[in-house]
Design a protein around this ligand. Structure first.
Ligand SMILES: CCCCCCCC/C=C\CCCCCCCC(=O)N[C@@H](COP(=O)(O)O)[C@H](O)/C=C/CCCCCCCCCCCCC
Length: 211
């Protein structure tokens, strides 16, 4: 994907990630994340500890996709089946498979819920709404429950230097504010669907609390 961030590209990646029978292609799922990382990198060094974590998780999944068992990593569904059937997932504590595809994707999956909540707040925000408040409310409702105190504090500091709402709307490169709101309205159900499919799959296989 090209350099300039656009919400449309994120939308396209998540749209492409969904197959006709509602499986989720990992390749496009991580392409969506890659696009989001390019946006976060443009926000400055204070966010680099976050983007580094996302990049390392993308890399782990890319290595699986391009590895000798890559065909099993085509979709989240095929990955879960393959890793579980072959005992490749640490279920209780991190041990012989500390970086399985399942636990790595779970971290991005939880972050996708944050993204959904944040974008929904942005979509329905008013001119005087603060991005730091929208971001941290979405964070507290989702990812924060899975992060230790130190990370929560560091994230709180990063939220304080977030650009304002207008800048967010501009960097989405989707036209004027009305057009951005419309595109968000189109994107959110898609992101929510990808999230829910993954959530149901992980719940069904008892994978939602992987260490
Ligand atoms: C205008 C476009 C809309 C907004 C675009 C936002 C772009 C955001 C891009 C990425 C979001 C953050 C994704 C964070 C993934 C975190 C995964 C995670 O939970 N990792 C932790 C656990 O991993 P393991 O240790 O178990 O391997 C890890 O410990 C965390 C490390 C760093 C902290 C992550 C904090 C996430 C905060 C989410 C808010 C980001 C705010 C971005 C500003 C827009």
């Amino acid at each position: 994907m090209a350099d300039t961030f656009s919400l449309q590209k994120v939308l396209e990646a998540f749209r492409s990630s969904m197959s006709e029978n509602k499986e989720v292609y990992i390749k496009y799922y991580i392409a969506g994340w890659q696009e989001l990382v390019s946006f976060m990198n443009s926000l400055g060094n204070v966010f680099s500890f976050i983007s580094k974590d996302v990049v390392s998780k993308i890399q782990i999944l890319e290595n699986f996709i391009s590895g000798e068992n890559g065909s099993y990593y085509a979709t989240i569904q095929s990955m879960v089946k393959y890793e579980l059937e072959n005992d490749l997932v640490d279920l209780i504590k991190r041990d012989s498979h500390p970086e399985s595809g399942c636990r790595t994707l779970l971290r991005l999956h939880r972050a996708l819920r944050w993204l959904e909540l944040f974008l929904e707040r942005l979509r329905t925000s008013s001119e005087d709404s603060k991005t730091s408040v929208m971001c941290s409310d979405a964070y507290n409702e989702s990812l924060a429950q899975h992060h230790p105190w130190l990370i929560r504090k560091a994230v709180g500091v990063a939220f304080c230097v977030l650009p304002g709402r207008d800048t967010f709307f501009d960097v989405m490169n989707a036209g004027d504010h009305t057009q951005v709101v419309a595109l968000l309205g189109e994107s959110l159900p898609l992101i929510a669907e990808v999230y829910q499919i993954t959530e149901d799959l992980y719940a069904k296989n008892n994978l939602l609390e992987l260490p």
